[in-house]
Design a binder for this molecule. Structure first.
Ligand SMILES: CC(C)(COP(=O)(O)OP(=O)(O)OC[C@H]1O[C@@H](n2cnc3c(N)ncnc32)[C@H](O)[C@@H]1OP(=O)(O)O)[C@@H](O)C(=O)NCCC(=O)NCCS
Length: 199
């Protein structure tokens, strides 16, 4: 069946998520958290150790707790229903030659996956950032392989996890343990200012 899709940003995106007492936002947050939980389960028998799991859980918890204070939101609707979201926020800590914005919390409802909505959300997020700050580099940090594939295809450069932490958290000394724990599963990407996305 033909599915009509639309990308919403700013107030329109906010209103779509808040509709039905926030039911759509909750569904997308659950989708996001489940993504982390599944990655944990997949790694439980392989590389992820207890400390890594705790680090990942802490990151998710913080992310969910700060949902309401998040930066701008992009929403993709399918037949009018919010089916995917991504947030963009300017990085306060920098240690970098240009402004940096990060795309975070990329999430697509399970039933809507595999239709390139994730990719469209990242594209829309890049466009939204470029409109706000044309000279900014754009960062994505993830432990998700589908996001990594999307980033590769869109021409993002893989960057070392140390660099990611340096940009997002400044002095890395307090985070050395966290970096070591995250190293086996994190993938970090940067899209330089001025680099166009492939059409
Ligand atoms: C990540 C996510 C947003 C992708 O959404 P999507 O709309 O299905 O993604 P797309 O259709 O744009 O493309 C994803 C690509 O990755 C591939 N992919 C999906 N799962 C994968 C996996 N586990 N390993 C490798 N590649 C994978 C898809 O097949 C597709 O590639 P293809 O075009 O060659 O078939 C979605 O899976 C999701 O919401 N996950 C849970 C939330 C989450 O963990 N978010 C990451 C937070 S950083």
């Amino acid at each position: 069946m033909y599915k009509q899709t639309e990308i919403l940003s700013d107030d329109q995106a906010r209103n779509a998520l808040d509709a039905d007492e926030g039911r759509h936002e909750h569904a997308l947050i659950i989708s996001l958290v489940e993504g982390f939980a599944e990655r944990y389960q997949n790694r439980m028998n392989t590389a992820m150790e207890d400390g890594q799991f705790r680090a990942e859980c802490a990151a998710v918890k913080k992310s969910v707790n700060t949902m309401k204070e998040r930066g701008d939101t992009i929403v993709l609707t399918e037949n009018g229903i919010p089916s995917g979201m991504a947030n963009i926020k300017k990085i306060e800590q920098q240690n970098h030659e240009r402004d940096v914005w990060e795309i975070i919390r990329i999430s697509v409802l399970r039933d809507a996956r595999g239709r390139h909505y994730g990719s469209r959300l990242v594209r829309a997020a890049v466009d939204a950032i470029r409109k706000k700050d044309a000279n900014a580099d754009i960062l994505i940090g993830t432990s998700d392989l589908a996001i990594a594939k999307i980033c590769d295809r869109l021409g993002f450069q893989g960057i070392p996890i140390e660099r990611y932490y340096q940009i997002t958290k400044g002095d890395m000394t307090p985070y050395l343990k966290e970096i070591e724990q995250a190293r086996v599963y994190a993938k970090d990407f940067l899209l330089p200012a001025g680099q166009d996305l492939p059409s």
